[in-house]
Design a binder for this molecule. Structure first.
Ligand SMILES: *Cc1c(COP(=O)(O)O)cnc(C)c1O
Length: 400
């Protein structure tokens, strides 16, 4: 038996990390399809369906979508390879741990970057972006890179406000957004929001196993890249713009993942994107209602201090020093079958995180909150009463 499932526990294990998320049976089954040779017309049809479905989900019918057999870090590198140039700089806006990691990875490739500072508990500071762009009178900044939802903090930033700041400065920089944690959970409209490049991966809102990444690129970004970016090959958007399936993927396409994606995109369309977003918003609200009750005992609180920034994907709960969030996670996972996430980077040991992203519904969230309460009881964590009742009341009030 696989080490991921031993020892067997009866019933369902609740995955409440913000990625990997729960994978629906329909997607799992689709991924078990037989392999085929690459000249089989079904391969081309599958890739075509995934490209069309992604463009629809991103609301950008004319952008190119490039898929990679890679995780989110892989597609970060795809973006660096296609937007990096010796003569230019990339502006990475501070949002928390994920922008820190993105900056570290980009800089390690030898690319020049500038960063804006991040204030814990708050959204991306738009005025700092404006200052950096105004100082850049020579227009060396090729792109403004933004993480929509920083998964470590559970905070979603304001993409429209950042677009407006770039416009106010009259700066020609491309606008690049990491939607790994926010796609199919928070509103996103690539064209209407004026976004030139976005990137994501399979294991979060797309309800798939990890291992498939994508980048969507509009004509402006493609043209910029064609002129300026080098060196590159494997990740190159130029190389991938072809009808030849193996050239398109720079090798064999990840067929099982593409088959899963076709189905997951179909599930999202069948539910309706507005309904998907409303469901995420509702489940996030229920989690915060519970956390706010737990917080009345004074030992924990929501990490996000700006209600406008509450993420519909994940809630970070900040704890005081009397609580060991890692020990709590172990008890929640091993005794109550609820897998939560922990703190990353500067938040390590200071938060636990409850994911409410992907293939998730009301009883799953209520079950998870109950399991977490049980774990907190075992751990003698001091938490205020009525958390579960508050979550139930929230759902009762907000369910359509
Ligand atoms: C998860 C995540 C990543 C990294 O994705 P991996 O697949 O783990 O490499 C990047 N950005 C954000 C916002 C994420 O949530």
């Amino acid at each position: 038996m696989s080490s991921l499932i031993t020892p067997r526990i009866p019933g369902i294990r609740f995955v409440h990390s913000p990625g990997p998320t729960h994978v629906p049976d329909e997607v799992m089954h689709a991924m078990q399809r037989p392999m085929t040779d690459l000249a089989d017309p079904r391969v081309g049809a599958l890739i075509d369906a995934c490209e069309k479905g992604m463009k629809k989900l991103l609301k950008s019918p004319h952008s190119d979508v490039f898929f990679y057999a890679a995780n989110g870090h892989g597609v970060w590198e795809a973006v660096s390879a296609n937007l990096g140039s010796e003569k230019h700089t990339l502006l990475i806006t501070g949002s928390g741990h994920f922008s820190d990691q993105w900056a570290l990875q980009t800089e390690s490739l030898g690319l020049s970057i500038v960063r804006t500072p991040h204030k814990e508990g708050f959204r991306i500071d738009v005025s700092a972006i404006e200052v950096a762009l105004r100082e850049d009178t020579q227009h060396q900044i090729a792109a403004v890179m933004v993480v929509q939802t920083d998964t470590a903090s559970g905070i979603t930033s304001d993409l429209d406000a950042i677009r407006q700041a770039i416009n106010r400065c009259g700066h020609p920089a491309l606008y690049v957004v990491d939607i790994v944690a926010s796609l199919a959970a928070a509103p996103f409209d690539m064209d209407a929001m004026g976004i030139d490049v976005c990137l994501g991966s399979s294991q979060k809102g797309l309800m798939m196993p990890p291992g498939l990444g994508f980048v969507a690129v509009n004509a402006k970004a493609f043209a910029w890249s064609k002129t300026h970016a080098k060196p590159r090959f494997y990740w190159s958007w130029l190389e991938r713009k072809t009808d030849n399936q193996s050239a398109k993927f720079c090798g064999t396409p990840p067929l099982a993942h593409m088959a899963g994606l076709e189905v997951s995109l179909g599930l999202l369309q069948a539910e309706g994107l507005d309904a998907v977003l409303a469901r995420h918003s509702r489940l996030g609200g229920a989690v915060r209602a519970a956390v706010n009750c737990w917080a009345t005992a004074g030992a924990m609180r929501l990490h996000c201090l700006d209600p406008e920034g509450f993420s519909t994907s994940v809630t970070a709960v900040e704890v005081n020093q009397s609580i060991d969030p890692e020990a709590l996670r172990v008890v929640a996972r091993e005794k109550f079958q609820v897998a939560m996430a922990g703190g990353l980077g500067p938040l390590a040991g200071r938060v636990f995180r409850i994911g409410h992203l992907g293939d998730m519904n009301e009883p799953m969230i209520l079950g998870a909150l109950a399991g977490i309460e049980a774990a907190m009881t075992v751990q003698k964590v001091s938490y205020g009463p009525n958390g579960l009742a508050a979550a139930i009341a929230y759902l009762a009030k907000h369910t359509p």
